[in-house]
Design a protein around this ligand. Structure first.
Ligand SMILES: [Zn+2]
Ligand SMILES: [Zn+2]
Length: 143
């Protein structure tokens, strides 16, 4: 029996086995580092997930399944996008009736046809309803 084992486990086999175990160990370490780094980037709790990832492979796998779907930097970008759109809305305004975003010079809402502004009879510029005089050509606004 001992002879058989010795004939199977040659130094080459032993070396290969050691190499495989070392590789698995390295993969394990990398998985822990990845979990800690990734959870930090995604705004999850790196300490908690680091501890969970200490469970060989199952921990890292659990994290991969449950991690937050978005990177924090992506989230920031999305928030920025949202803020930008809101600012554009403020700049342009929106239709009081249907909420459709409209530009400053629109006389009518392109979606629902509500009259948004009056048109200057002389120069054709869009005028706010409360204006008494056209600021572009000084013509008095006739109501
Ligand atoms: Zn509208
Ligand atoms: Zn005018």
């Amino acid at each position: 029996m001992q002879d058989l084992l010795n004939s199977i486990i040659t130094p080459e086999v032993k070396f290969t086995l050691t190499l495989i175990i070392a590789l698995i160990g390295i993969l394990y370490l990398i998985s822990i580092i990845w979990v800690i780094r990734d959870s930090y980037l995604r705004g999850a709790n790196p300490v908690l997930w680091g501890a969970i990832s200490l469970v060989p492979f199952i921990g890292a796998f659990a994290y991969a399944m449950m991690r937050p779907p978005m990177l924090l930097s992506d989230k920031d970008e999305q928030n920025l996008d949202f803020a930008l759109k809101q600012r554009q809305l403020l700049h342009y305004g929106e239709c009081g009736k249907c909420g459709y975003p409209v530009e400053r010079e629109y006389l009518m809402c392109p979606r629902c046809g509500t009259q948004l502004k009056n048109e200057c009879r002389q120069c054709g510029h869009a005028l706010n309803p409360e204006w008494m005089v056209c600021p572009y050509c000084c013509a008095p606004v006739r109501k």
